[in-house]
Design a protein around this ligand. Structure first.
Ligand code: ATP
Ligand code: MG
Length: 307
């Protein structure tokens, strides 16, 4: 497929990303290498940040099969992937392909669904999160989650953010104040709410509520943030704010984001995983997936031919 043909197939958002980040004279292979060099060069100017290729593994998924309904329904088939630290990875694929199932397996949220079973292993922090004896509550503080629909607790903005640290035993008022402020700042919500911390969180707009949920997750000081379609209920401006936030947060966290928006995946992620019917079809650098996918099924999906 020529560059022009592929470009015609992709939607406007992706076009923009591809257009602004590539030079017209190179072929796709060269473009990808060129981009990698460019971004690595840029990263190296920031002392703490390693190039993508040198970053360690945050999550390792080995031979994962997943079943619902007491084994009667298999939702995932032999999933294998390594997700790098301080990167954003997008999970894409048509409805029902297993994106949420694999995401929720990482911090054992699926344990809450009766009749589920997982085979294989998921390594976080050098140990398998499914090993017997794993402290699941602790795992979920290290691997935080943000859901599709913002779900603030019916309490004040302050208490929402302080909830996790309090439940972990932080009582000191000054320490709590500091955590609440830091978390709200990181979630780009502090300026909006600093004078209304005692007001109910339910009075915030949808976009603000979603950023509050991100602040609440951050307050637990996780290493990994899982986000399941965090902007699907938001308007374009609120969506953009959350996307900017994701890009900022990856300096400190490893982020996995499920999205139905190809443009969003292209805008925010370093790596993209394409799932289809419970299988991982392709997992690669986002630019590669969107400019030169290996698999015909990936190409069909990103070009809108199905799903
Ligand atoms: N609680 C459940 N009980 C039984 N089957 C389930 C359950 N949750 C999900 N499934 C099934 O597992 C498969 C994968 O579902 P999953 O929710 O992971 O898909 P998804 O890719 O997140 O879809 P969407 O884009 O619509 O959110 C589907 O066939 C779905 O019907
Ligand atoms: Mg889902």
């Amino acid at each position: 497929m020529t560059a022009k043909q592929l470009k015609n197939l992709t939607n406007k958002g992706i076009d923009k990303v591809i257009e602004t980040s590539t030079t017209k004279t190179l072929d796709f292979e060269e473009k990808t290498e060129d981009l990698e060099l460019l971004s690595e060069e840029k990263l190296l100017t920031k002392p703490k940040k390693l190039p993508l290729s040198k970053r360690g593994t945050a999550i390792e998924i080995n031979h994962v099969d997943f079943y619902y309904q007491h084994g009667n329904k298999q939702a995932l088939f032999d999933i294998n992937m390594k997700i790098k630290e301080n990167t954003v990875t997008a999970f894409i694929g048509p409805s029902g392909c297993g994106k949420s199932t694999i995401l929720r397996s990482i911090n054992r949220m699926n344990d809450l669904v009766e009749g589920t079973a997982l085979e294989g292993e998921i390594i976080v922090n050098k140990s398998n999160v499914y090993d017997p004896g794993v402290d699941v509550a602790r795992l979920r503080t290290e691997v935080g989650m943000v859901f599709q629909k913002a779900n603030p607790f019916p309490m004040s903005i302050y208490d929402n953010v302080a909830f996790g640290p309090r439940s972990q035993g932080v009582k000191d008022k000054a320490a709590l104040n500091q955590i609440v402020e830091d978390s709200l700042r990181k979630a780009a919500l502090w300026d909006d709410v600093k004078d209304y911390l005692k007001d109910s969180a339910l009075g915030l707009s949808g976009g603000q509520q979603q950023r509050l949920c991100i602040a609440r997750a951050i307050a637990m000081r996780p290493k990994i943030l899982l986000m399941d379609e965090p902007t699907s209920a938001l308007d374009p401006i609120a969506t953009l704010k959350v996307e900017e936030l994701v890009l900022k947060l990856k300096d400190e966290y490893t982020i996995v984001i499920v999205t139905h928006s190809m443009a969003q995946a292209a805008r925010v992620s370093d790596y993209t995983a394409f799932f289809l019917q419970g299988e991982l079809v392709e997992f690669d650098k986002t630019k590669k997936i969107f400019t030169n996918p290996k698999d015909k099924k990936t190409e069909d999906y990103i070009s809108g031919r199905f799903g």
